[in-house]
Write a protein that binds this ligand. Sequence first.
Ligand SMILES: [Zn+2]
Length: 249
Amino acid sequence: MTVAAALFLVARNLPVRHGFTLRSGGVSEGKRATLDLGPAADAGADVHENRMRLARAAGLQADRLVLAEQVHGTAVVRARPGVLPEADALWTEGPEAWIGIRTADCVPVLLSSEDGARVAAVHSGWRGTVARIAETSVAALACEGTPPEALRAAIGPAIGACCYEVSEDLAGRFAGAFGAEVVRREGDRPRLDLRLAVRRTLVASGVPETHIEDVPGCNACDATRFFSHRRDRGGTGRHLAFIAPGLVS
Ligand SMILES: [Zn+2]
């Protein structure tokens, strides 16, 4: 059997088309080599080609992808084709759109109702995590009729507790908000387990622990598979965490 090079990782627990992209398989060059899924607006020809490749690999239509202008805020917005909202989480239902959020260290979270009809994509950097954007997203889906216990969640690759050194001040804020376990203290400086903080936020929002899957990977450790804003000191490519409503039969 021949297996094509994978463009993205998937979670086993989501019933819909989705993925967390890797950095290989695209056409971008330099620090953004190769599968840069780029800025939401004013993307170059290489990023457009990368989006086409991703859409093909995922079995989705490239022109129905809706992105957001991410601002490290807490706005959760319904995706509208042709509209680029300022938001850090998008949700959608029906066939008109699929959605994605871009990361290069921040935590991507994908949510789907059990029936696959309603989905969300969430960008949770440290600011968004402190502001509990995952909880706001769960609440937004509940408003539309999907209760938290009927959600499936996947937390994708991000900068790991192995690499994410922060100030004592920020470590203290995280320990106070999410519990001492989200701070590691083996090295000189405290390091944050952002992924665990996001998981705890989802559980506190009512998503059952058993409905949350971790798709592992540390962006900073693994330069072959991932872009990392911190490791590459800016100018790096962006991953896309994407999800489309509709059960995969
Ligand atoms: Zn690491």
